[in-house]
Design a protein around this ligand. Structure first.
Ligand code: C5P
Length: 407
């Protein structure tokens, strides 16, 4: 649970997107957070405090004159306890108010009263597309950012008013992801990280090909962890059905040759290359341009294969990698003798760090177990979610990077 022990003030201001805040509240609680809901009177026109109380399992605050706090200072008490204040939805009016430091309701009062350096303020804007695009809103957001608030993005699409465009509040899952990211140590700040992920697909003819069972989940988890750690991330993804991760430059490829070209093109600008992809070892020597037809006489076609380039080994042998400017990390999916196989693979690939895992126990799963191997020895990471392992792996990689270039 990524928010275990965190105390989050969830602020709601007036907007139809309040309906999404109810689900967001549930997600925050499920992730281990203690959630204190504070609503403006306008928010209470869209969703009731009763609903939010039931979901957060705590009394909801709406009024600054609420006498339940013994010292009658809810704005001080609640903002001092918080690890973060997340206002979702944040209306255009509420942001305009914050900008001026006005504090005539409990939520804006709390935002103003919060200890600036200790309690981050995250704002999830939600409004009609014209309101969003208005110079006043854009100007206000720029100033709020300059004042230390974290203004999150918005979604694009159908709006409650019937129009279509930018200004929708991000989805609850996306807001949860942004909040969790906010608590991660920025160990890769200023670093550029290149990641390969997923399987490759090697065409036999226009309708058939060979591939493998890699789901890309581990690579995506690593990409998200690197992004959350402050890195600029490029993800070269084989054919997989996963969205995002948001905020990551994603390059979709299909074959090993395409993955090779994309990785080489970006390796020159990277500080770290993490090869999580399950690249096909071989491809058909020549892909047929027409579908191979069954002859009906019992004859089967014979397929000849050629070896694919070893993307990781080639990049690890490059001048930049050998000089230490590019730190390369390989993955090994084995079915047995993990330590011996992975140790040998690290040397064969010429990489400083190799991450071993048991193939059948990881492909398609949401959890995994890792064995990190470098010149100093091994480090076991017991079974955990791929996301948790990815965060630990990123921390280990960060420790091994040369200090120069760090932010
Ligand atoms: O040799 P093997 O496929 O087990 O090596 C696994 C590691 O090498 C992974 O990091 C994988 O992404 C990388 N690799 C590669 N290009 C290949 C084969 C593997 O980059 N053709």
């Amino acid at each position: 649970m990524d928010l275990n022990g965190k105390h989050i003030v969830l602020g709601l201001t007036g907007g139809v997107a309040c309906y999404k805040a109810a689900y967001l509240c549930r997600l925050l609680v499920k992730e281990g957070a203690k959630v204190q809901v504070v609503m403006t009177e306008a928010a209470a026109q869209f969703i009731t405090p009763v609903t939010m109380q039931a979901l957060s399992n705590r009394t909801v605050y709406v009024s600054q004159w609420d006498a339940r706090e013994p010292n009658n200072m809810a704005h001080i008490n609640l903002s001092r306890e918080a690890d973060a204040i997340l206002v979702a939805p944040a209306s255009a009016d509420f942001m305009a108010k914050l900008l001026h430091g006005r504090a005539d309701d409990l939520l804006s009062l709390m935002c103003l009263a919060r200890p600036l350096e200790r309690v981050p303020l995250l704002l999830a804007p939600a409004m009609n597309r014209e309101m969003w695009a208005h110079p006043a809103t854009q100007r206000n957001m720029a100033q709020l950012r300059a004042d230390g608030a974290h203004v999150l993005g918005v979604g694009e699409g159908d709006q409650a008013c019937g129009e279509t465009g930018d200004g929708r509040m991000l989805e609850p899952e996306e807001l949860l992801e942004d909040l969790i990211a906010h608590f991660q140590p920025q160990v890769l700040s200023g670093r550029r990280v290149l990641i390969s992920a997923g399987p490759t697909y090697e065409a036999i003819d226009p309708v058939r090909g060979i591939t493998n069972l890699s789901s890309g989940k581990m690579g995506f988890a690593v990409a998200r962890a690197a992004r959350d750690a402050g890195a600029d991330v490029t993800l070269v993804a084989g054919p997989i059905h996963l969205d995002g991760p948001r905020g990551v430059r994603r390059i979709n490829v299909r074959s090993a040759l395409e993955m090779d070209a994309a990785c080489r093109a970006h390796a020159d600008q990277a500080d770290v290359f993490i090869a999580t992809a399950a690249v096909a070892d071989w491809r058909p020597a020549s892909a047929q341009t027409q579908k191979i037809k069954k002859q009906g006489d019992g004859q089967v076609p014979s397929l000849a294969f050629v070896e694919n380039p070893d993307i990781l080994a080639a990049i690890a042998a490059s001048e930049r990698a050998r000089s230490g400017a590019l730190y390369c990390v390989g993955f090994a999916a084995e079915s047995q003798d993990l330590e011996a196989q992975a140790t040998a693979k690290r040397l064969r690939k010429g990489v400083p760090l190799l991450v071993g895992n048991i193939g059948p126990a990881t492909f398609g799963q949401d959890d995994n177990a890792l064995l990190l191997i470098d010149a100093q020895g091994t480090l076991e990471m017991p079974r955990n979610s791929k996301q948790a392992l990815a965060r630990m792996l990123v921390a280990e990689i960060a420790k091994r990077l040369p200090v120069s270039g760090a932010a």
